[in-house]
Design a protein around this ligand. Structure first.
Ligand code: MN
Length: 196
């Protein structure tokens, strides 16, 4: 079960830039709901496994993605806010920002423009792309787009038709069954060791 994080500061600590009332509603009501709903969804998934009844699996996994990503993003958000200080990026981060964005000013301009251009309900994100060893700025619609932000991938299976149609035609089940025989678990274990 997911536990709610404690705010690392008082509800009025971000004033005047972020009001106590806003934070109160955001943290106590909205964020709480994401954690509660993630837990409820996990309970329903547990029940589905127990009953071997996966009729609602698509709906439940969508809900897990939405609620779980909502919980995670809010925690990162609350944790990357704080009372006004003289803090700034570390030497190491500043170096990376300069490398990937040109200057800190250009990074700030892009982040600001990107934040303002987010459509409807979404987020703006500075992310580290391990594969490219690079910082990027991304927008995100809702909380998820069917991922859990920050996740490290452990085992993946290509379900595009190009990955099975030639051999299995439209028989996806057969393709997936076959897949289990060819999983390199050493690779999966290795990835897990890296992130755990
Ligand atoms: Mn929010």
């Amino acid at each position: 079960m997911l536990e709610k994080i404690n705010l690392p500061y008082a509800l009025n600590a971000l004033e005047p830039f972020y009001s106590k009332q806003t934070l109160e509603i955001h943290y106590q009501t909205l964020y709480s709901a994401y954690v509660d709903n993630t837990n409820k969804t996990e309970e329903k998934l547990k029940q589905a496994r127990k009953n071997n009844d996966f009729e609602n699996i698509k709906c439940l996994e969508k809900e897990l993605s939405y609620q779980g990503s909502g919980a995670i993003l809010h925690e990162l958000f609350f944790e990357n806010l704080g009372p006004v200080t003289q803090s700034g990026p570390s030497t190491k981060l500043m170096h990376q920002i300069s490398k990937d964005f040109g200057t800190f000013g250009m990074f700030k301009s892009q982040f600001t423009a990107s934040s303002k251009a987010v459509e409807a309900s979404g987020w703006n994100l500075l992310v580290w792309v391990p594969k490219w060893k690079k910082l990027q700025i991304l927008q995100c619609e809702k909380h998820q787009n069917l991922t859990l932000w920050g996740c490290k991938l452990l085992l993946v299976l290509d379900m595009w038709e190009h990955s099975y149609f030639l051999q299995y035609k439209a028989n996806r089940a057969e393709y997936v069954n076959a897949f289990w025989n060819i999983v390199n678990w050493n690779a999966v274990n290795g990835r897990f060791e890296e992130v755990v």
